[in-house]
Ligand binder design. Sequence first.
Ligand SMILES: Cc1cc2nc3c(=O)[nH]c(=O)nc-3n(C[C@H](O)[C@H](O)[C@H](O)COP(=O)(O)O)c2cc1C
Length: 135
Amino acid sequence: MAIAIRYYSKFGHSAKMAETVSEVTGVKPETTDVPISEPVDVLYLGSGVFLGKISSDMTRFIRSLTPDKVKQVVCFGSCAIIKSPVPQMRSLLEAQGITVSEKEFTCKGSMGPLHAGHPDQQDMDNLRKFIQSTL
Ligand SMILES: Cc1cc2nc3c(=O)[nH]c(=O)nc-3n(C[C@H](O)[C@H](O)[C@H](O)COP(=O)(O)O)c2cc1C
């Protein structure tokens, strides 16, 4: 099964989460600056939220995807205030005609003192279990 990992990370949280995804899948994580050049069966895609929105880099990356290149996306992310970045990712991906797994993962991501320390070790353990459940 061909797998890819992409993330956009302003403060290193999604980068840290992508490392955990990498440990489980054995695939090197890359930022959204790196296009999907070869077709993949599963793309793990990670993001935070800034001023209520996913970043424009993530939006641009999603708009570059096509169903012939990406069979399915599994979204993961973190945020401090809203429930999850995943619905925004999901709706953009679906607009591209891409299948998005019903399985998704979100944890708290610190914003200054709010949820300080997150994503923490427990979040990473939960993410590890989640990724295992998608394989
Ligand atoms: C300047 C700033 C703005 C943020 N805005 C929001 C927001 O509007 N809603 C929210 O839920 N989280 C917000 N957050 C929390 C981030 O989404 C959270 O830190 C996330 O883990 C960042 O992931 P990243 O480091 O991978 O980019 C904000 C954080 C910062 C530092």
